[in-house]
Design a binder for this molecule. Structure first.
Ligand SMILES: Nc1ncnc2c1ncn2[C@@H]1O[C@H](COP(=O)(O)OP(=O)(O)OP(=O)(O)O)[C@@H](O)[C@H]1O
Length: 262
């Protein structure tokens, strides 16, 4: 299968007056259409920077990014704005507007596009149903749990029918039960809507639950990529090995060693 999202030789650094921090050091990555692709790594490895380069919230210094036939890195500002409408993004801290109701939060991107009021109403109602928040339509974010807030974030990210969803530590601020329900929702969206999901996380359990492929990012370098099963059964990189050890310690069992549930 040919890749849908392709990253070639991606470099990104941040400079301050004194020094340059080279964060991404030549990333190559192939993601297929319909993947739930996990990018795991320790804090500071460059995961957020990488995912933010995909929709050019961060401008890469060097390298190419393709989604389908479009070279994202070659788009001018106007073309990029247009393409970004089809790239949804969700965040660890949800990034909701606290002064707007759930309905208005989800409607926001559609309103920006000038979608007629009646169509917005229909679309938002559908999205509320999809994320299981129909009864919270007129609530404000302040009255919602973390899991419910993330459901609003997901609904808003899906408002423009994206083909790609970028998830930046979307479950890291949630309790274990909410985490599972959000992961199940992401899996449902992937299966039902065919949205390709790139999920960055430092929680191996989350990657194991829903990702079909995983890449390990270590200090700005992609040290291994493979099926979730391969990475869990026989990690090659030092980060992959440490992740697995820690995971085993927490689980106090070796059930995955036999490949169960992968
Ligand atoms: N806008 C920025 N300006 C300067 N430095 C930045 C910026 N964004 C990220 N960095 C630096 O880039 C490095 C990688 O950060 P990044 O957030 O991409 O890592 P991460 O793997 O997502 O870590 P975490 O899980 O802690 O968010 C860090 O050293 C960080 O300080």
């Amino acid at each position: 299968m040919s890749s849908y999202i392709k990253i070639e030789g991606l470099y990104k650094s941040f400079k301050n007056k004194k020094e340059e921090n080279q964060v991404l050091k030549g990333i190559d990555l192939d993601i297929e259409k319909g993947d739930i692709f996990g990018i795991v790594g320790f804090s500071g490895a460059g995961k957020s920077t990488l995912v933010r380069c995909i929709n050019r919230l961060e401008e890469p210094d060097r390298g190419k990014i393709f989604i389908g036939d479009t070279e994202i890195t070659a788009l001018n500002k106007k073309q990029l704005t247009e393409r970004r409408k089809k790239i949804g993004m969700i965040f660890q801290q949800f990034n909701l507007f606290d002064s707007m109701t759930v309905f208005k939060n989800i409607a926001y991107p559609l309103k920006l596009l000038g979608v007629p009021k009646k169509d917005i109403e229909i679309k938002v109602d559908k999205l509320l149903e999809l994320v299981g928040l129909t009864d919270k339509k007129n609530a404000y974010p302040g009255s919602l749990s973390g899991g419910q807030k993330q459901r609003v974030g997901i609904a808003r990210a899906l408002a423009n029918d994206p083909d790609v969803l970028l998830s930046d530590e979307a479950t890291s601020a949630l309790d274990p039960v909410s985490t599972l329900s959000i992961l199940d929702l992401l899996e449902h969206i992937n299966k039902e809507l065919g949205v390709t999901i790139i999920m960055i996380t430092h929680e191996l359990e989350a990657a194991k639950r829903i990702c079909n492929r995983v890449a390990v990012l270590e200090n700005g370098v992609m040290t291994e990529t493979g099926s979730t099963r391969e990475i869990f059964l026989d990690p090659k990189s030092s980060t992959g090995k440490i992740f697995l050890e820690v995971y085993k310690e927490f689980r106090h069992d070796d059930s995955f060693i036999g490949g169960e549930g992968i």
